[in-house]
Design a binder for this molecule. Structure first.
Ligand code: SF4
Length: 458
């Protein structure tokens, strides 16, 4: 399947791409299909069944609310996150849901939204939606939320691979080896090759304006995160730190090692904390490539733009294209879903992508870019997904800051070399896939292992 840079970087809402963005898209798609089939007049009620990880951590990840909003015709890229609370409250009080935002049906939260302690065969993130009329079932569909906001219908999963998109790319690649060979044969940088591929979907102007829009949403997310203070929602009483850290860094002034050890690094921490706190609070986000790991790429790009006086919009475009090349490899050959391969798939993939993006704008050869991504991913291998309380807060928020710094270091190390190195990116991605397959389910976004159970609620 051809994957675009805009499949990896999508505007959505927090706190999770697989558990919030994907389920909302699935429910909105289901509601839309009811209208397209002319069934909406006959629908009396809709039942939502959540399975596997969507059930285990669904409430903490706001999956239940996302599904309901999707049925009401809302989409993750256009919904106003602030409208969700009032809509949900109104629904609970009235017992009515506005299907597709157009026709009211009865909705009983306990009867119609079921969190099931069972899994469906193809992926841990599964959900079924059933529409009932006066005489019984009208239509049913099962969706899998496979990470990064991607959804796949059951029939496609059963066939073993997502349906081909029908798009033919001039430089299609399925491995880093193929990517490097194409770059060498056609004398292209990674971002140039990716740009040529993107033209299969959009014009140059659309690609550029689309990526700059993604960057503007990331910047606004950081701004919001640096503005908001208080306690994050969900009951863990996790305090927001970005606003205070921002004030402290402004007091310190220009980064230097006397007033603060490695204060440039602290700015990187700040950018990541700001994004991930906004994510935890359900704010406007860009999946990069997921929500749980959404702070890493913006933090590294902010770092580059802030500390390089010559940085330009062209760099932003190249950064995203370089990062996306690596995201495509992770998605095609392993997974970007914490429920499938643990946090290595989310934070590890984002770290590798950020390292690649930074390498690209710092003038790396394709081989050095591949090396930067390899270092970024290699040192996240084995990372489990164990969010405390099923919330995308502990360890997720700090983990993004750590991985962002790691990505910058990975790029610096790669740029000191000539691109030759011991283990290839392809092998590291394969190792991530195999390690994820061996990982016990309790470490894959179920909150049944690791830090999620080490933490004891008093
Ligand atoms: S631990 Fe990692 S994979 Fe799991 S929810 Fe947090 S960021 Fe996502």
């Amino acid at each position: 399947m051809a994957i675009s840079v805009f499949d990896l970087f999508k505007v959505g809402i927090g706190p999770s791409s697989s558990h919030t963005v994907g389920p909302m898209r699935a429910a909105a798609t289901f509601a839309q299909a009811l209208f397209e089939q002319g069934l909406q007049e006959q629908v009396r009620r809709v039942e939502i069944r959540l399975y596997g990880s969507l059930s285990a951590t669904g409430v903490g990840h706001a999956t239940d609310r996302a599904c309901v909003m999707g049925l009401m015709g809302e989409w993750p890229d256009s919904i106003d996150p602030r409208s969700i609370g009032p809509h949900i409250q109104q629904l609970r009080e009235s017992g009515e849901l506005s299907l597709g935002g157009r026709s009211n049906i009865a909705f009983d939260w306990h009867r119609d939204l079921l969190l099931l302690d069972e899994s469906l065969p193809y992926h841990p993130n599964a959900m079924s939606l059933s529409a009932f009329g006066a005489d019984g079932l009208l239509w049913q569909q099962t969706y899998y939320s496979v990470g990064g906001g991607f959804i796949v219908e059951e029939a496609e999963m059963a066939e073993g691979a997502p349906a081909a998109s029908g798009v033919e790319l001039p430089y299609d690649f399925n491995s880093a080896v193929e990517l490097l060979a194409l770059c060498q044969r056609h004398q292209l940088r990674v971002s140039e090759l990716m740009m040529a591929n993107e033209r299969a979907w959009r014009s140059d102007a659309e690609i550029r304006s689309g990526l700059l829009h993604i960057w503007s949403v990331m910047r606004e997310c950081v701004e919001q995160g640096m503005r908001h203070e208080g306690i994050l929602p969900g009951g863990l009483d996790v305090p927001r730190r970005a606003a205070k850290l921002h004030r402290n860094l402004l007091e310190i002034g220009k980064p230097n090692v006397i007033s603060s050890t490695l204060s440039a690094m602290e700015w990187v921490n700040l950018f990541a904390l700001a994004v991930n706190e906004e994510n935890a609070a359900g704010g406007r986000m860009v999946t990069a490539p997921t929500n749980g790991a959404a702070g890493i790429i913006p933090a590294v790009l902010h770092y580059y733009m802030k500390f390089n006086p010559e940085a330009s919009d062209d760099d932003v475009v190249d950064f995203f294209l370089g990062a996306a090349a690596v995201g495509i490899l992770c998605k095609k050959n392993a997974s970007i879903s914490g429920a499938e391969v643990g946090c290595q798939g989310e934070v590890g993939s984002a770290c590798a992508m950020a390292a690649a993006g930074l390498a690209e704008v710092l003038g790396a050869t394709p081989e050095q870019l591949e090396n930067a991504a390899e270092i970024g991913l290699e040192h996240n291998l084995g990372l489990t997904c164990d969010p405390v309380g099923g919330l995308v807060q502990v360890p997720c928020i700090e983990r993004n800051a750590i991985a962002a710094v790691k990505a910058i270091n990975a790029t610096q190390m790669a740029l000191r070399g000539d691109g030759k190195h011991f283990i290839s990116l392809d092998r590291v991605i394969r190792t991530m896939r195999d390690t994820g397959a061996d990982m016990h389910d309790k470490y894959k976004e179920t909150s049944r292992g690791g830090l999620a159970v080490s933490w004891v609620e008093c």
